[in-house]
Design a protein around this ligand. Sequence first.
Ligand code: PEP
Ligand code: MG
Length: 594
Amino acid sequence: MRNKLFRGTPASPGICIARVVPYIAVMPERLVKTENRKQKTEDKTLYEIERFKNAIEMTEQELISIRKGFLSRTDNHHASMLDIQLLALRDKTIMDGTIELIKKEKRTADSAFRKVVKKTLSNIPRIIDDYIRQRLDDIKDVSRRIMRNLKEQKIESIVAMEKNDHIVIAHDITPSESAQFANRKVVGFATNLGSENSHTSIMARALEIPAVVGLRNIWKSVKSGELAIIDGNNGVVIIDPDESTLRAYRRKEKEIEKHQRNLESMAKLPCVTLDGNAIELAANIEMPFEIKTAIAHGAKGIGLMRTEFLYLKEDRFPSENEQYEVYRDIAEVIAPESLIIRTLDIGGDKLLHTDEMVDANPFLGWRGIRFSLSEKGIFKEQLRAILRANVRKNIKILFPMITDVKEVISAKKILKRVKEELETEGISDDFNIEVGVMIEVPSASLSAKAIAKEVDFLSIGSNDLTQYVLACDRTNRRLADLYNSLHPTILKLISETVDAGHKEHKWVGLCGELAHNPLTIPILIGFGIDELSVSPLYLTKVKKIIRNISMEEAQWLAREILVCNTLTEVEKFLEKKVLTEFSVIREMVERSAL
Ligand code: PEP
Ligand code: MG
């Protein structure tokens, strides 16, 4: 059947048309919990077989490229030594034996392969003959390579093998996996799981590739190499489109490009309202390479640099020096504008792959500042790197997941100790650095005044604030309708947080996804928000809206919306008083639904 249509949640805007990556069977261990056991076992077996075949394929590619390298430096005779390994790789006893064991004994690919290799090696007669010994070494060598590829096999290593642009369709993609799509030929992705504000979606926006998540059953319904369209604006994926659908989408793709070019003229203009009130418009970045896009789109500084991805990318903690170099380079490029570095916000859906990190309720567990305060060594290393990198004096520190002023005081104490240590080591004694906290938990918002006394600025994280106020996991696709940052209680908390910060003469920013919603931009400005920080992709759109409204209008809207008591009232108000009244906002909403 042609034109198979799937509807999900738009995660990252844009349209892409490409073939589906042949390795759609990439399936994380955590399968959908509600699937029945038999189904689960069958899927698992298929997954392990696929994983094993992928590892063989990857090993083959590696050996071929080593052979090529060899050939360019030595002669054919030497290079042909690798042919023996290539032959050993496709050895039928090992290949078939492993697949058989995965099926029969329900073993993982690693365990089945290990058992088959052990048996094969023990069957070879123990003749002390040079020739046989070398063959044994070849088998051992190639087996080690396969084993390593089995262990390291993740989505990124699989997609890296692709030569042409392609779309990844998976059951789920973790933020660390999507982090590794950078510079690969992945032009879009679609997943069964996920929601608009899950970190995987945020990552897709960072990479500027269209994505749709929460598609429920897409992963099992596509075949390798099928042509697919991802419409990231409308949350639609079409598999095997017919000619007229393809033509229509190619037209849409061109229109979006044209609109984008139009917006680009905004980049160099100041971010001021019609009546001349300046609003700081900064960029959120997850990966160092995004700094270029942020600047090209006119960012006035980096309002939020998430540092988890530096950690998640490698599945290990980066050293102080590695971090120092990344922070220093970004600070240098963005100077004299500021760079706000958020300390590690690991936990929640940004998990490290270690056993200790697995909480029963990750979003209510050991994440953000809680992790940093108990893993002081890791925290201090990051703070040292930040302080050392502050050569241009434009870095600010931001602490995530603060629930109480006590945590702010503890974090500041550690920061003070780190400064003293660096001073003793003679590294520097000039450590004037501004410190701010994320207001993303209801308790922090309600005690914002006390917290503001302790810091230089507040940054509202509407993504987490929404999930904690509404008791609604931001990654749960079943709750996608419930997870709504427009809820009147959230708007009230935002407005009160701004007032609390201002009473203490501290500036207040907002760096959650709400900051780029065309309907809420005037409301936030009207609340008195000093800074908005958004993904580089949205900078020009947000600026165009700000430049077309007056502070007076924004303040009126902000006052009126706070009178709404229900979500429906808020939505009606936005429709009547914002969407209908402001043509620039209507244009942005319509464009994003192209
Ligand atoms: C937020 O919670 O709104 C935020 C900006 O932080 P993150 O999305 O990284 O949790
Ligand atoms: Mg957050």
